[in-house]
Design a binder for this molecule. Structure first.
Ligand code: HMG
Ligand code: MG
Length: 297
């Protein structure tokens, strides 16, 4: 049975814009402020990672310090280590997200260490976040396939998801980083992970590279998942996953939920408008079928 309501975690300003080289700080700020007016309650607004690794996120401090905030909205940031947490706190992040991978190859390429070392590195990060009362989300990449190691065993996904959860992450977001998953494989993975982490503490984070994200989301919804990560205008990708395209578009998820009678609390038209505006600055069209269809009406 389908849930009555779902929570959308908007990742466009981070996962989306981390792949865009020519985008001004002003545009990022306007995009986040516009998203804040749509009913979205969780906006990932930047990443405090090494600027040598991802220069696109180097202005996250400025972005997060300058955005006009709306009460009731969580402005979160991605962090790989203690340094990232300190910078995120300074910039006023309400929440942070740590990230690792279910596969060794991607962990090495993305954060330059093994899965085990990343989890060790997160222990003091978690402790510091706790003293500041900052909730920590956990991302787990490559839950279907890894661009370096091939298919990931569902048992392996379950093992690392459990470790993130036991570290103290209030939620673990399961990332199909390269978007190769299809519904039956996603179902097998969710079944396995659901044995160790309650479904209410899991989110799905699907990239749409192979056009399967909405089908996989429908599968996840049918199994009781109630948190969906998505990116306005389908912006996104990952600098360390070659060829990975954007996340599933928020507009497409909203239209799907509307049709299924699932409440999101988010205004589709306003999200689409924010997407068109940021895409105008990027010089491209939104990668959202729903947004294009709305425009053509
Ligand atoms: P490293 O080179 O092993 O570590 O990188 P390091 O400690 O030697 O640091 C290198 C330099 O970065 C040093 O500067 C540090 O000070 C600096 P230098 O001394 O050479 O001048 N540094 C930092 N600067 C700012 N903020 C920080 C920070 N940390 C170190 N927090 C490290 C290790 C983890 C830092 C690096 O690999 C890194 O930043 N990786 C991030 C990669 C990334 O952002 N990937 C994209 C996001 S993940 C994603 O998109 C997947 C997701 O969407 C889910 C999915 O779809 O699957 C979440
Ligand atoms: Mg991602």
């Amino acid at each position: 049975t389908l849930p009555k309501a779902v929570r959308i975690v908007e990742v466009g300003a981070r996962d989306g814009l981390q792949n865009e080289a020519n985008i001004s700080t002003e545009t990022k700020i306007r995009f986040i402020e516009q998203l804040s007016q749509t009913g979205l309650t969780h906006i990932e607004s930047g990443a405090f990672v090494s600027p040598k690794w991802v220069p696109q996120m180097a202005d996250s401090s400025e972005v997060m310090s300058r955005i006009e905030r709306r009460s009731g909205v969580v402005y979160s940031a991605l962090i790989p280590n203690q340094r990232g947490l300190e910078l995120a706190l300074q910039a006023g992040a309400n929440q942070v997200a740590i990230f690792t991978s279910a596969s060794e190859g991607f962990s090495q390429r993305n954060i330059n260490c093994s899965i085990a070392d990343s989890l060790k590195r997160f222990e003091p990060v978690m402790a510091l976040a706790n003293t500041h009362g900052i909730p920590v989300r956990g991302y787990l990449s490559c839950v279907a396939d890894c661009p370096y190691d091939g298919p990931t065993a569902p048992e392996q996904v379950a093992r690392v998801a459990r470790e993130l959860s036991e570290l103290g992450c209030y939620e673990v977001s399961l990332g199909d980083t390269i978007g190769t998953g299809t519904p039956l494989r996603i179902a097998a993975m969710l079944n396995q992970v659901g044995n160790t982490v309650p479904l209410t503490r899991l989110a799905v984070h699907f990239h749409d590279t192979w056009g399967q994200a909405l089908a996989n989301i429908y599968q996840a919804l049918c199994m009781g998942i109630t948190t969906i990560d998505s990116s306005t205008a389908g912006l996104g990708g990952c600098p360390y996953a070659k060829g990975a395209s954007g996340n599933v578009a928020t507009e497409d998820v909203l239209y799907l939920c509307q049709g299924l009678g699932i409440d999101t609390g988010v205004n589709l038209q306003q999200v689409a408008a924010a997407g068109w505006e940021v895409c105008r600055d990027l010089g491209k069209q939104p990668a959202s079928k729903t947004s294009l269809a709305l425009m053509a009406k």
